[in-house]
Design a protein around this ligand. Structure first.
Ligand SMILES: NC(=O)c1ccc[n+]([C@@H]2O[C@H](COP(=O)([O-])OP(=O)(O)OC[C@H]3O[C@@H](n4cnc5c(N)ncnc54)[C@H](OP(=O)(O)O)[C@@H]3O)[C@@H](O)[C@H]2O)c1
Length: 125
C-alpha cells in the first residue's frame, strides 16, 4: 500500500503516518518543512500546497493508493490538490466534512472517499 499524507508531521497527520508505517506501508509526506518532524522511513517531499508548481512536482512522486489530507481548510485549496493529485491516486480522503466530498467529486470529476482507509477493523492491504 502506498499512502500520501499532505502534512504528516503534526498530531493527526503524524498519527496516520505512524499507523501506516507500523503496517509496513510506503508513506510519502508533503509539507513545507516548517512544523513538526517526519517519522523515520518516510519519503519526504517539501512544498507548499498552495503553490501549483509544488503540487505538480509532488504528483511526479506518485502514484499512491490513497491520499490523506489533514491540512485543507479552504475549499479552493482542497479542490486544487484533488485536481492535481487524484489522477495519481486511487482515493482521496479530505479531512473536512463541511466541504461536501460528493459535491467536490462532481466538480472535479474525481473519486473522493469520505471513509478513512485506516478505520480500525477495516485494514487496507
Ligand atoms: N494539533 C492539535 O493539537 C489538534 C487538537 C485537536 C484537533 N486538531 C484538529 O486536527 C486537524 C488536523 O490538525 P493537525 O494539528 O494534525 O494538522 P494541521 O495543523 O491541520 O496541519 C499541519 C501539517 O500540515 C502541513 N501544512 C500546513 N500548511 C501547509 C501548506 N500550505 N502546504 C503544505 N503543508 C502544509 C504542516 O507542515 P508545514 O507547516 O511544515 O508545512 C503539518 O505537517 C485540524 O482540524 C485540527 O483543528 C488538532
Amino acid at each position: 500500500m502506498r499512502l500520501l499524507v499532505i502534512g504528516g508531521t503534526v498530531f493527526l497527520g503524524r498519527a496516520f503516518v505512524a499507523e501506516a508505517r507500523s503496517r509496513g506501508w510506503h508513506v510519502t509526506t508533503f509539507h513545507r518543512g516548517r512544523s513538526g518532524s517526519d517519522l523515520p522511513g518516510v519519503q519526504v517531499v517539501n512544498g507548499d500546497r498552495e503553490n501549483a508548481a509544488d503540487l505538480a512536482r509532488l504528483a511526479t512522486h506518485g502514484p499512491w493508493d490513497a491520499v490523506v489530507d489533514v491540512c485543507g481548510y479552504a475549499p479552493a485549496v482542497v479542490g486544487a490538490s484533488v485536481r492535481a493529485l487524484t489522477r495519481h491516486a486511487g482515493a482521496y480522503h479530505p479531512r473536512i466534512q463541511h466541504q461536501r466530498p460528493r459535491a467536490l467529486a462532481r466538480r472535479t470529476g474525481r473519486r473522493i472517499l469520505a471513509a478513512a482507509a485506516l478505520r480500525p477493523g477495516r485494514r487496507a492491504r
